[in-house]
Design a protein around this ligand. Structure first.
Ligand code: TYD
Length: 213
């Protein structure tokens, strides 16, 4: 939303969608084009948020209740907004976040079945008008994603294929409803996927922040 001077882009997708690779490539590309980029991630992005992240991802925390999970995620997000995202946007930076609030709608709303009403209520309190100008969802079938994400399995990755596919369908449904959310299929070669990312981001930046050089 256009309530700040900067531009806010979030990258989303199920674990193993290749999102983090495209995140790195996009940040590199924008810096080369002369933009001042604030590259960050969720859960985390701050000292306190990274501690919350460790609680959330720990596969030993099997007893963590879905509502406690949601509250922890939004606690970390409130800190992230206060310390990193809102100041960067106020300074006119391009904020690129590896995950933001669409993760909560997809993972907690659909995956954990908490529902969109509850997540939306938390979101209105914590994020308010600080919504991404563009959210890109990297789409991949859950089975293929699980094959890619083999090492150090987090609490979420251990949920298995049915959970991950529910999250994926959630992302697709959300993208179909929201104007500022765009789905990018990841079945093609990585350079083609990155080209789509750049096209979508460049179109947004052209309208909002012409490059400095
Ligand atoms: P991470 O290892 O960063 O996964 P990835 O590389 O796929 O982004 O772990 C982040 C995990 O946190 C991921 O499995 C999704 C989960 N998550 C939620 O469930 N809800 C949220 O709102 C966020 C931000 C993340």
């Amino acid at each position: 939303m256009q309530q700040t001077r900067g531009v806010f882009i979030a990258l989303e997708g199920i674990d193993g969608s290749g999102k983090s690779t495209h995140f790195r490539l996009l940040v590199q590309y924008l810096r080369c084009r002369g933009y001042t980029v604030c590259a960050t991630r969720e859960p985390g992005g701050t000292r306190i948020g990274e501690r919350v992240r460790a609680i959330l991802l720990d596969p030993g925390h099997r007893e963590l209740a879905p509502l406690a999970e949601l509250a922890l995620i939004y606690a970390a997000r409130a800190q992230h907004l206060a310390e990193v995202i809102r100041p960067a946007l106020a300074q006119g930076k391009v904020v690129v976040s590896d995950r933001y609030n669409l993760s909560s709608f997809a993972y907690q709303g659909y995956g954990r079945k908490l529902g969109l009403g509850l997540v939306g209520a938390m979101d209105a309190i914590v994020c308010g008008k600080t919504q991404p100008d563009l959210t890109l969802v990297f789409d991949v079938p859950a089975r293929a994603a699980l094959r890619r994400a083999t090492s150090h399995r987090s609490r979420f990755e251990r949920e298995g294929v049915a959970f991950l596919e529910r999250v994926r369908q959630g992302y697709l449904a959300l993208a179909a409803q929201r104007r500022r959310v765009k789905t990018i299929p990841t079945d093609g070669p990585a350079p083609d996927v990155q080209a789509q990312v750049r096209r979508a981001v460049s179109a947004l930046l052209q309208r909002r922040l012409p490059p400095r050089r």
